[in-house]
Design a protein around this ligand. Structure first.
Ligand SMILES: Nc1ncnc2c1ncn2[C@@H]1O[C@H](COP(=O)(O)OP(=O)(O)OP(=O)(O)O)[C@@H](O)[C@H]1O
Ligand code: SF4
Ligand SMILES: [Mg+2]
Length: 385
């Protein structure tokens, strides 16, 4: 008998998916365009010491093959003046989580369909119960988001050449940021601010670089310029998505050191996205480990490095090369593959790769278990019920 191929989509199914996608995309786009009262996009911070609180965030992409659950119920917080490292293998939803915070998910295919992202803005006071008010970025109208994005929350991307405009000088692009944040600023003041920022990020000849075009700079210098650009508006949160992956190891260390120094000087928070556990160990105060669109473990850097609990986190640690490892020993790699984000199983997503799987793991997706004041894990091994 011919075996049914589950990966095959018939023309009839494909038409059905496309029709449904159009309906869904129209629905979510209409929600965005609807005029809203401020009360609809304000919420209350759970802890006023956090700058961002993400609660059950779900971001999907409506594709011709079906709905990709890129971020599938993510919850974590970014405390003020702290570095939170987000780690996980390719495709686990790190970038889509950060783009959701910036309201930059590629629409209309990409949509945040559920959850809350609370931003603890200085513009909002407290409610009558003395609780700190926050913007809910998920529901915020685009015009309001313009006031936050690029000023209070900024982003540094992996490849600076794609973020810098090749036809304008560095100075022109840096000045533009000042003009956007403060339309009243004079040309001279904007230039002074740009030169000052270039000095701050350790560029030796700031006046010369100010007049240069992006292609005239090295990769490391371009990334320094990107950091300068992110700092112009005196941000509360910098999202750095793989900021050093495109750089060589020595420059990578310099850029990370610079980012940490500036974060401490400016007193802002950083969400640092990376594949590299070594980078997280050097930089982060808190760590969030993601797998297939979910947070599987989170805690302080010490929790995650000294007491990793989820088999995936333990596997990640084992697959990190050590200076003491012998060159004849093959480097450990976690066997198997991440499940297809379109047809996710109704049980633990790590099950087919896990060497500690038991009968209980066939149950529904494991709930998040608090193992200490700061440490949380989603795995049946720690579920006492
Ligand atoms: N524009 C898009 N259209 C369809 N699917 C997308 C789109 N952008 C992201 N995805 C899907 O969302 C999932 C999460 O992607 P994301 O870019 O967040 O991964 P990531 O963790 O940042 O990976 P990497 O480490 O490779 O940058 C992936 O399965 C990806 O294929
Ligand atoms: S719930 Fe079970 S399958 Fe999933 S990571 Fe834990 S032990 Fe492994
Ligand atoms: Mg990414």
């Amino acid at each position: 008998m011919k075996k049914k191929n589950n990966n095959y989509i018939s023309i009839k199914d494909s038409r059905k998916i496309i029709k449904e996608n159009i309906k869904q995309m129209r629905h979510y786009e209409a929600l965005k365009r609807r005029k809203k009262e401020p009360a609809e996009y304000t919420s209350v911070m759970r802890d006023k010491n956090n700058i961002i609180e993400i609660d059950n965030l779900k971001t999907v992409f409506f594709t011709d093959n079906g709905t990709v659950m890129s971020v599938n119920g993510v919850s974590f917080a970014i405390p003020q003046k702290k570095i939170v490292g987000v780690v996980g293998e390719s495709g686990c939803g790190k970038s889509v989580t950060s783009l959701s915070i910036m309201q930059l998910v590629q629409s209309p295919q990409g949509q945040v369909i559920e959850g809350e992202i609370r931003y603890n803005s200085d513009d909002l006071g407290e409610n009558e119960n003395g609780e700190k008010l926050a913007y809910n970025i998920v529901k915020m109208p685009t015009a309001e988001m313009y006031k936050v994005r690029g000023k209070d929350i900024t982003m540094i991307f992996q490849e600076p050449m794609t973020s810098l405009n090749p036809v304008f000088t560095i100075g022109f692009q840096l000045d533009e940021v000042s003009f956007t944040h403060n339309p009243e600023i004079s040309k001279e003041d904007a230039k002074a601010c740009s030169i000052d920022m270039l000095k701050k990020v350790g560029i030796a000849m700031p006046e010369h670089v100010y007049k240069s075009y992006p292609h005239e700079l090295s990769g490391g210098m371009r990334q320094r310029v990107m950091i300068a650009m992110a700092l112009v508006g005196d941000p509360k949160l910098i999202i750095a998505d793989e900021p050093t992956t495109a750089l060589d190891v020595t420059i990578q260390a310099q850029i990370l050191e610079l980012l940490k120094k500036l974060q401490q000087e400016q007193g802002c928070s950083v969400m640092l996205i990376t594949h590299d556990l070594g980078v997280i160990a050097e930089m982060a105060d808190e760590v969030v480990v993601m797998y297939a669109g979910k947070v599987i473990e989170k805690g302080t850097a010490s929790d995650i490095f000294h007491n990793p609990m989820h088999p995936y986190t333990i596997g990640l640690q084992k697959s990190k090369p050590l200076i003491t490892s012998s060159s004849s020993e093959p480097l450990y790699s976690i066997p198997g593959q991440v499940p297809n984000p379109i047809n996710l199983p109704n049980s633990c997503y790590f099950k087919n790769r896990c060497n500690r799987c038991t009968e209980r793991c066939n149950g529904e997706y494991p709930k998040e278990i608090q193992v200490s004041d700061t440490h949380f894990v989603s795995c049946y091994l720690y579920d006492k019920d």
